[in-house]
Design a protein around this ligand. Structure first.
Ligand SMILES: Nc1ncnc2c1ncn2[C@@H]1O[C@H](COP(=O)(O)OP(=O)(O)OP(=O)(O)O)[C@@H](O)[C@H]1O
Ligand SMILES: [Mg+2]
Length: 369
């Protein structure tokens, strides 16, 4: 390369140059070479390929029922960066859990059938992984905390042993009491040294949920999926668990996908919010923007059904009707039958999810009107 530069850039052909001229030419050439590299580097900065932690692309999932194939997740696309918290909200039966379970390919097939799409975790498609690869990513990359801790904990095994089992699976070198105690401290369980000998029934619901979170954290996941982790708890404990998740997110830098049907809690924890309705994402936006100015009529309706504590209490408006069952979705906009702003076209035209403002995606023909 240097010789090439010398031959192209030197004012003298090498053969006819004296020793001093050659040295000078060599110096000039290396300066020229350096300049060119610097110039090229400025012109074309080295691009680092940033792969999102999670990238769900156009996921479609059916449930088989007799001869019928009922679409439960219909073209869901959602990506998450490392360290980001996204809330997935929507009424019961919208497809939140099925979408979240798909990240670890945890929906059993059958009855489910992954029809198409990709679920990329660190750039690798979960839907194409071998059983061994799946075992690695479950816990290793993505961990789950579910709604009902008492249903997930084994009632006849001490909680210390249960957490140790999680450690054995993913970090066997750490499967000792000290690490269990460290994890229990992390989730703020008082007196963890004695608590490790407790059975689940000796703990309150809130404590059990903390144990579940500790078990999920045992594998040091990059993404924690919390599926309505506070629904079974009373409101004070709910707030404590949410505050704990927020604290863990800050301290451990992991991403959190929090599923909830309560829009009231997302402002405290979420960076972005995805609103689901009848198997589709209907609005996706930064949390602050969405809460300040929801654009989809469904998001507006959900927000109107959240109680406000600012003294301007008016009657809560429930959303009329209910979420259509899978296999029974209307042909056009799926929210059309319940939408207060529906227009005749909405009955037959299925709206696309469109970026109507920077980082704001809405699936409504009249989102900006
Ligand atoms: N194993 C299954 N077999 C058949 N249908 C299922 C199965 N699991 C879920 N479904 C259906 O898929 C749809 C989406 O269910 P999902 O559990 O994802 O809803 P969700 O939004 O999590 O609701 P919730 O807030 O009640 O938890 C529902 O209509 C549900 O009945
Ligand atoms: Mg659910």
């Amino acid at each position: 390369m240097l010789r090439q530069v010398l031959e192209c850039g030197s004012p003298l052909p090498l053969s006819s140059a004296t020793k001093r001229q050659r040295a000078a030419a060599l110096q000039d050439a290396s300066a020229l070479f350096t300049q060119r590299i610097q110039r090229d580097t400025r012109r074309a900065p080295i691009k680092t390929l940033v792969v999102p932690l999670l990238d769900i692309k156009n996921l479609k999932l059916d449930f088989l029922s007799g001869d019928a194939s009922l679409r439960a997740v219909d073209g869901v696309s959602l990506s998450m960066e490392a360290g980001e918290t996204v809330c997935l909200v929507g009424e019961s039966g919208c497809g939140k859990t099925v979408t979240a379970l798909s990240i670890g390919r945890l929906v059993p097939t059958p009855p489910a059938n992954y029809v198409s799409g990709e679920v990329l975790l660190n750039g690798r498609d979960v839907l194409k992984m071998s059983p061994a690869e799946l075992r690695d990513i479950r816990g290793g990359v993505v961990s789950y905390v579910f709604q009902e801790p008492s249903a997930s904990l084994n009632p006849v095994i001490r909680i210390g042993k249960q957490i140790k089992e999680s450690l054995k699976l993913h970090r066997p070198e750490k499967a000792a009491d000290e690490e269990v105690i460290r994890l229990l401290k992390l989730v703020r369980i008082p007196a963890p040294e004695s608590r490790i000998r407790n059975y689940p029934f000796e703990m309150s619901g809130g404590m059990q949920q903390r144990v579940m979170i500790a078990m999920a954290l045992a594998s040091e996941p990059k993404l924690l999926v919390a599926d309505e982790p506070t629904t079974a708890l009373d409101v004070t404990i709910q707030a404590q668990i949410l505050e704990l998740l927020l604290d863990l997110k800050k301290r451990l830098g992991m991403s959190i996908l929090l599923i909830t049907h309560n829009l009231g809690i997302v402002g405290d924890i979420a960076d972005r919010v995805a609103v689901m309705y009848a198997g589709q994402i209907v609005e996706l936006a930064p949390a602050r923007d969405l809460l300040r100015r929801p654009l989809h009529p469904y998001t507006k309706a959900l927000m109107n059904s959240v109680p406000q504590l600012n003294g301007t209490a008016t009657r809560l408006s429930a959303i009329p009707g209910s979420v259509p069952r899978i296999g029974n979705f209307p042909p056009g906009c799926r929210f059309f039958p319940r939408c207060p702003s529906a227009k005749p076209e909405c009955a037959n035209t299925m709206p696309e999810l469109v970026e109507v403002e920077t980082k704001r995606w809405v699936r409504c023909l009249y989102a900006n009107s």
